[in-house]
Design a protein around this ligand. Structure first.
Ligand code: SAM
Length: 232
């Protein structure tokens, strides 16, 4: 797996030296997955490509000078833990509502000697907490929710000038069109999407990028039941 990771990282223009740590992370993931539901992907090649390299590719979409990021609905650490491994200069916060997953991420951080903040809780609650609201240069999310919901969960975390990076498959346009009105209500504007192909595959992926250009109104994020029932 390490060779595959090294080649893929090089192809993405990233430092291949993080391949050993990514491989160790992949090993911990597959082992823990035997007793805890972390991922449906367990084949080593697929773990390397669809988790590690897919997430590492997001580094190419970060705004210039960004250092503080939050990964919303990180699950088993995707993409946040991978970003932390590949770019240890980033200050990442990994947020998830499932305690067991957050605890496991703590074990990974200890084993790999990583400094990464983990928080257990709901994005819509932390997004109202002044210790987290308006504090981040970027926010990421993969496979968490529809973009209309995600934008309400993620934009409140950003500083003005920060960027929300939503990892999506290629056919994102309709979802983005539906979210456009909500994005402007939340103080955001849509930037051109970032496109990449997962190395070693023909899978084309998109990072939808939304810049926060003004403060998000105080009433957002709403309670989750409301967000879900009546997305912006
Ligand atoms: N991002 C990871 C990935 O790509 O593999 C995990 C995806 S998993 C399908 C979605 C995760 O989002 C779950 O771990 C769930 O607990 C978390 N989640 C969903 N809604 C959330 C919310 N409102 N606040 C925090 N975490 C949430």
């Amino acid at each position: 797996m390490q060779e595959l990771l090294k080649q893929g990282l090089t192809q993405l223009g990233l430092d291949p030296n993080c391949a050993p740590a990514l491989e160790q992370y992949a090993h911990l993931l597959v082992e823990k997955n035997k007793v805890m539901n972390l991922t449906a992907i367990t084949d080593p090649t697929e773990v390397a490509q669809k988790h590690m390299l897919d997430c590492a590719a997001v580094l190419g979409s970060l705004p210039e000078g960004a250092s503080k990021g939050i990964d919303v609905g990180t699950g088993a650490g995707f993409p946040g833990m991978v970003l932390n491994i590949c770019a240890p200069n980033l200050h990442m916060t990994l947020l998830d509502s499932l305690q067991k997953r957050v605890d496991w991420l703590g074990e990974v951080a200890d084993t790999l000697d990583l400094e990464v903040e983990r928080i257990h809780g709901r994005a819509e609650e932390f997004g109202r907490d002044s210790d987290y609201r308006g504090q981040y240069d970027f926010a990421t999310a993969r496979a968490v929710a529809d973009l209309r919901i995600l934008c309400e969960l993620c934009l409140p975390f950003l500083k003005v000038g920060g960027v929300f990076l939503a990892m999506k498959a290629q056919d994102y346009q309709e979802e983005l069109d539906h979210a456009a009105h909500g994005i402007s209500l939340l103080g955001g504007r849509i930037l051109p999407a970032y496109t990449y192909t997962i190395p070693g595959t023909d899978l084309v992926r998109k990072v939808i990028r939304v810049e926060k250009i003004s403060e998000t109104p105080e009433k957002y994020p709403r309670r989750f039941a409301k967000i879900q029932k009546n997305p912006l």
